[in-house]
Design a protein around this ligand. Sequence first.
Ligand code: FAD
Length: 308
Amino acid sequence: MTAIEDAARTVRDTGGEFRAGGTDVMTRATRPPVDLLGIPGLRGTTWGPDGAARIGALATVADLLADDRLSAAYPALAATAAAVATPQIRNVATVGGNLLQRNRCWYPRNTALACHQTGGDTCPARAGAHLYSAVIDQGPCIAPHPSSLAVALLAYDATVEVHGRSPLGVAELYGDGGDPTRDHRLETGEILQAVRMPAPAPDERAAYRRATAREKAEWPLAEAVARLTLDGDTVATAAMAVGGAARTPLLLPEVAEALIGGPVTEETATAAADLATARCSPLPGNGYKVALLRATLIDTITACGKTS
Ligand SMILES: Cc1cc2nc3c(=O)[nH]c(=O)nc-3n(C[C@H](O)[C@H](O)[C@H](O)COP(=O)(O)OP(=O)(O)OC[C@H]3O[C@@H](n4cnc5c(N)ncnc54)[C@H](O)[C@@H]3O)c2cc1C
């Protein structure tokens, strides 16, 4: 039995939970941790002949930032990584753990309360404290997804390798947000092995922006990644993804499509961002997030237009 199979079986047999960097799981652990750090083959970045990167799941967020080739090929992934948490956390937090971390809603973390996430039949955040909750409503639970790297990976059209099954698109990794008990679609004992990035197009550009309640060490209230190719001044292809807004990291195809065929200006960025706000249905206490999402999208798109 390989080390990866052994770890998977241990999690299934003991009802445990994998631990990579441990920065998320150890803040809420009620199940025995099963370490992934010693498993060979899950680290490092390798490159295909076409210039596509394969990033091991145990690469740390700091490893992404230290890799000049990665930063040059995928600048918005690097910008996203640079904004995550603090230097201390980035040094231990892994790519796999970042993608599979649990949401930060305070209700399921309080064992005295029941909610949809913990097998209850209500969402206390809807009637209660929802200052940070999702503004794009995908189902019973309104905890926004916490992974920033996932937003970049969606915009880059990355896939993930999961031991024992075919690669999954990042959107598939998260599903439609309709199951309140899950932050991702991996089953117990499944191990994310690597992220596969597509080779960047020669004239591709990308940008990342976020809005936060404090400058550092905070999950964003809204974040966005834009990835564009331009033919002269005209947008030829576009991808747009947002985080902090919904139960899953989310691609916004209507925003991307609105950009195609025109120049990147404040006006076109604003018109495209308005399509995102049309999706929003905020609660009484988090309407401010709609304005932040809109401003973040405009900022990200215009920044992307200026990047070369
Ligand atoms: C102050 C603060 C600010 C933060 N700000 C941000 C932010 O802005 N954006 C952001 O994205 N994150 C943010 N974080 C969260 C941080 O990035 C995550 O805690 C970290 O990325 C998790 O990685 P880890 O390796 O420590 O995961 P772990 O805690 O080890 O694991 C997390 C989860 O993933 C599972 N897991 C881990 N690796 C694998 C694998 N290879 N296969 C299967 N399952 C696996 C574990 O079982 C566990 O359920 C912040 C954290 C703090 C404390």
